[in-house]
Ligand binder design. Structure first.
Ligand SMILES: [Zn+2]
Length: 379
């Protein structure tokens, strides 16, 4: 069984180990030591070469006591900032920071649940399938660890990412997302002496942005222009302007349409200017995929297991979609069917982040129950 005191103590230890994206080394080695002390053989993959992190993804395999296909569990090692010198405050059943930093329950709550799971399995000796734990790096800066994971190490075809909020929530879908950069080239000229000779790239970009939709496009699609940049001096007609943005949707087709709309808008605005200097003005857009959508069917056996596990510990589970990406997007794309489970964390990515101890414990119990169920009814 889950041991609440032990779990809480370890959770507080983890919260106090700084692990900003790409600097997950200290936390990763601390965890590797824990798993080694539990008789396991944790190892790192070679993803650090691609991600630039201090360490690769940490992988731990827990041999099964029954023969069955393995189950994957994933939590990410890194946190967003500010995360220097987190002071952990426990008050009225809630754990939070002192308000100057994030807490880091995202995703150390997920990590500690897996640490406790191994200890509980060892003690109770219940039958369970083989488990594959992946602790990813650089999740918060574009899912880099999961994207560069060496999938040869994994055999699991289904599993769970512990990276959502409430224990009663099962996240069964998340959108696709692209980031894009629009670059406009104009021509510079002295703004006072000969403005006629210039082409103002900022003005062209402004027109393009004005003609583009932003915000909520429809129920499952959004678009944002988040950054602009252009020009060098106040007295020079700017010869370049750049805008960066993103689009997200649960439907791939809607994203393709938006991409086309952006390209068409740029072309139309550019064409409305006479070409006066060679091929100027010019405009282009480049799209980079950030993550790919996934959707798990409501009748999927994976969900049946979670619902049943929830029932056994008295939780009323509900199915939800998420609006952000997570490692689950990448695993699903790579053929490992994953849903996202809650860990109790709330108001993540803010200095008001907190977690109710009751929720953290329920999440841990849920995960334990899932593994137990898979031991009773092998996948
Ligand atoms: Zn997270």
């Amino acid at each position: 069984m889950i041991n609440p005191e032990r779990l809480l103590l370890e959770f507080k230890n983890l919260l106090q180990i700084e692990s900003p994206s790409l600097k997950e080394g200290k936390l990763a080695y601390y965890l590797a030591d824990i798993f080694e002390a539990l008789g396991l053989k944790p190892f790192f993959d070679t993803s650090s070469e691609a991600t630039g992190s201090e360490v690769g993804n940490l992988i731990v395999k827990i041999p099964g006591t029954i023969s069955s296909s393995p189950l994957l569990f994933c939590a990410h090692l890194d946190t967003v900032g500010p995360c220097e010198g987190v002071e952990v405050i426990e008050e009225n059943g809630v754990i939070r920071s002192n308000g100057k930093t994030i807490l880091g329950a995202d995703d150390k709550a997920g990590i500690v649940i897996l640490v406790e799971l191994v200890k509980a399995l060892k003690e109770t000796q219940i039958p369970h399938p083989p488990l594959e734990f992946v602790f990813t790096t650089a999740e918060e800066i574009g899912l880099l660890g999961a994207k560069n994971l060496d999938y040869h190490h994994l055999e699991a075809k289904m599993g769970f990412v512990l990276d959502a909020e409430l224990p009663e929530e099962i996240i069964i879908g998340a959108p696709s997302s692209y980031q894009f950069v629009i670059k406009i080239k104009g021509k510079s000229a002295h703004a006072g002496l000969e403005p006629e000779k210039g082409i103002n790239a900022i003005k062209i970009l402004a027109q393009i942005i004005t003609n583009l939709p932003t915000g909520r496009i429809d129920q499952e699609t959004t678009m944002n222009i988040g950054k602009i940049n252009g020009g060098k001096y106040i007295n020079i007609v700017p010869d370049f302007a750049i805008a960066e943005g993103e689009i997200r949707s649960h439907h791939e087709e809607k994203l393709e349409n938006l991409k086309k709309q952006i390209e068409t808008t740029i072309r139309e605005v550019i064409e409305s200017y006479p070409k006066r200097f060679q091929d100027l003005p010019s405009g282009e857009v480049n799209f980079t995929r950030v993550f790919k959508a996934f959707h798990i069917e409501e009748k999927d056996p994976l969900l049946e297991i979670v619902k049943k596990a929830g029932e056994r510990i008295g939780l009323t589970m509900s199915l939800k979609k998420k609006e952000g990406g997570s490692d689950a997007n990448v695993f699903n794309e790579r053929g490992i069917k994953c849903v996202i489970l809650g860990t109790g964390m709330q108001k993540v990515h803010t200095t008001e982040e907190f977690i109710r101890i009751k929720d953290l414990l329920n999440s841990a119990r849920l995960v334990f129950e899932i593994v137990k169920l898979c031991g009773e009814n092998p996948l």
